[in-house]
Each structure stands twice: as structure tokens, then as C-alpha cells.
Design a protein around this ligand. Structure first.
Ligand code: NAP
Ligand code: MN
Length: 259
């Protein structure tokens, strides 16, 4: 690869390491390209990696690699003290590409349809009042949910917000969608499934409500007001994030950064 771009977290250590990578790449006759890079290097945490993905997700030929300046993350394969190994790999090696699908959300608001993507999860959340949501799985009515909201994640996001909602951690290689409740109300009058629901990757999940006003649609770190939204459809996107793997990393080792 010849053209690189570096996305850094805003702290001194990430900036220092980012600069070190930039200097080494230039020294090795590589170029830095902010518009059409072949490889994007994220220096920071999983959050920084998410920002890098959102910046370049519209280019299908970009690959991503992460250097973590905290502990090993889920999207980051190199730790801070391994920066020289990363540089050596960037300059001399060809990575194996592992693709992870994005999630797609199709929002109907004022009869206008908007499509957005996320890597970790898509949530509909209302922290002000009880949000009622009719949930359809492949156009089939499943339940009427009442509570703060619902979260849909894929394998990649299973260790993020989904985990806080007591959703299952999904191992790499299992391409699924997971629907989890956010503070669901469960009593004699209001009933919904309660448990996280793991579905095949080609499932269409639809949320319908007479009143989404005051709710938000959150997709990774982005947020959108739900006023006048009538329908929210979520599925696996045909777009993918290409991860550049220069060496194998054990998923079990990654799990150790969670506890
Ligand atoms: P952020 O500070 O960038 O991320 C919040 C935490 O989630 C950070 O510790 C981050 O790791 C970690 N994280 C992100 N993606 C992950 C993944 N796939 N697996 C394991 N950990 C992951 O916060 P933000 O900018 O508001 O939101 C970005 C993401 O944070 C969202 O997509 C959501 O999944 C997650 N989040 C979780 C909760 C929660 O669990 N209650 C609340 C808000 C947001 P690093 O420290 O390595 O960056
Ligand atoms: Mn981290």
C-alpha cells in the first residue's frame, strides 16, 4: 500500500504516536492522503476507530488498522509499545483483509427516507417518556415494546452498548443481528420478550410507533431527532468495513480488556 491516513485521538500520547507513524511512512516513500487513502490507521481506542470508519466508510477500497493507546481493544490490533512493529508491517507486509458488515438504518420521517450506517449499533431511545414501539421481524408483528428503547447490534458491536444491556457477546465469524431492550417495562399490562434476541444477518427489523416525538436515533456516536418519524427499519448493510490484519489476534485475549 502507498497512500495512508491517520486518525488520532485528541490526547498527547496518541498525537505523538500518530506523528511517529506519519514520519516513518514519509521516510519510506509512502504518502499521506486525506481524500483517497488505501489504508487508514486509527491511533487511540475503539471510539477513535469508529470515528475513522465513519470518515471513510463511503470508500469501499479502504482498509483500517488500529493502534491502541490504552489497552488492547476490539478494533485495534496493536498496543502503543508495538508502534515499531506496526510501522514495519505497514511498510513491508501485505495484510489479510477481514470484512465486517455495517448496519443500515432506513428512517421514514415526514415521508422522507434517510439511510444511515453504523458499525457498533443503532438505537431508538427516549429518556423522557415511555416509548411505545411495535416491533416487526421480517414484516411479521412480534411485540409491542414499552420502555426507553431498543438497540440493534451486529457481531462487531456486541461488546459495546449491547453488552451494557446484558446482550450476548458474539464471537467473530457469526454474522447475526441482536435486538436488546433498553429499560423495558414488564408487568401485567405491558409485555415484551425481555431477553436479547439473536437473529440471522438477513433479517429486517422494523420499529413503528404513532409517536416517536422526543426520541432519538443513535447510530454509533451520532444522534438524530425522531420528531415525525413513523418507521425505522434496520438490517445488515451490503457495505463492509475492511480490517487489515497483519497478524492473528486472539478474541479471548481481546475479551480480557472487558473485565
Ligand atoms: P466512546 O467513549 O467513544 O466509547 C465508549 C466506550 O465504548 C469506550 O470505552 C470505547 O472504547 C468502548 N467501545 C466502543 N466500541 C466498542 C466495541 N465495539 N467493543 C467494546 N468496546 C467498545 O463513546 P461515544 O463516542 O459516546 O460512543 C461510541 C460507542 O460507545 C457507541 O457505539 C456505543 O457502543 C458505546 N457506548 C456505550 C455505552 C454503554 O455501554 N452504556 C454508552 C454510550 C456509548 P475505547 O475506550 O477503547 O475508545
Ligand atoms: Mn479501550
Amino acid at each position: 500500500m502507498q497512500r495512508f491516513y491517520i486518525v488520532e485521538k485528541e490526547d498527547q500520547e496518541s498525537k505523538r504516536l500518530g506523528q511517529k507513524i506519519k514520519d516513518a511512512l514519509i521516510l519510506n516513500n509512502k504518502s499521506l492522503d486525506a481524500t483517497h487513502p488505501q489504508c487508514v490507521i486509527s491511533v487511540g481506542g475503539d471510539g477513535t476507530f469508529l470515528h475513522a470508519v465513519h470518515k471513510f466508510k463511503h470508500h469501499d477500497d479502504v482498509v483500517f488498522v488500529g493502534l491502541h493507546t490504552g489497552t488492547l481493544g476490539f478494533f485495534t490490533d496493536f498496543e502503543a509499545d508495538e508502534v515499531d512493529i506496526l510501522i514495519e508491517n505497514l511498510v513491508n507486509s501485505t495484510p489479510i483483509i477481514e470484512s465486517t458488515p455495517l448496519l443500515e438504518v432506513i428512517i421514514t420521517q415526514d415521508q422522507i427516507i434517510t439511510t444511515l450506517e453504523a458499525l457498533n449499533e443503532i438505537r431508538v431511545e427516549n429518556i423522557v417518556r415511555t416509548q411505545e414501539i411495535q416491533v416487526y421481524i421480517n414484516q411479521e408483528m412480534m411485540e409491542i415494546f414499552r420502555g426507553n428503547g431498543l438497540c440493534v447490534s451486529g457481531q462487531a458491536g456486541s461488546t459495546a452498548y449491547n453488552r451494557s444491556l446484558k446482550g450476548a457477546i458474539i464471537a467473530p465469524g457469526l454474522d447475526v443481528l441482536q435486538l436488546t431492550e433498553i429499560s423495558g417495562i414488564h408487568h401485567r399490562a405491558y409485555q415484551s420478550i425481555g431477553s436479547p434476541l439473536v437473529l440471522p444477518k438477513d433479517t429486517l427489523i422494523t420499529f413503528i410507533s404513532d409517536n416517536f416525538n422526543g426520541a432519538k436515533i443513535l447510530y454509533d456516536y451520532h444522534v438524530l431527532d425522531c420528531d415525525n418519524v413513523t418507521k425505522v427499519e434496520i438490517k445488515t448493510s451490503t457495505k463492509k468495513v475492511n480490517m487489515a490484519r497483519y497478524r492473528p489476534t486472539s478474541y479471548i485475549k481481546r475479551l480480557h480488556c472487558l473485565f
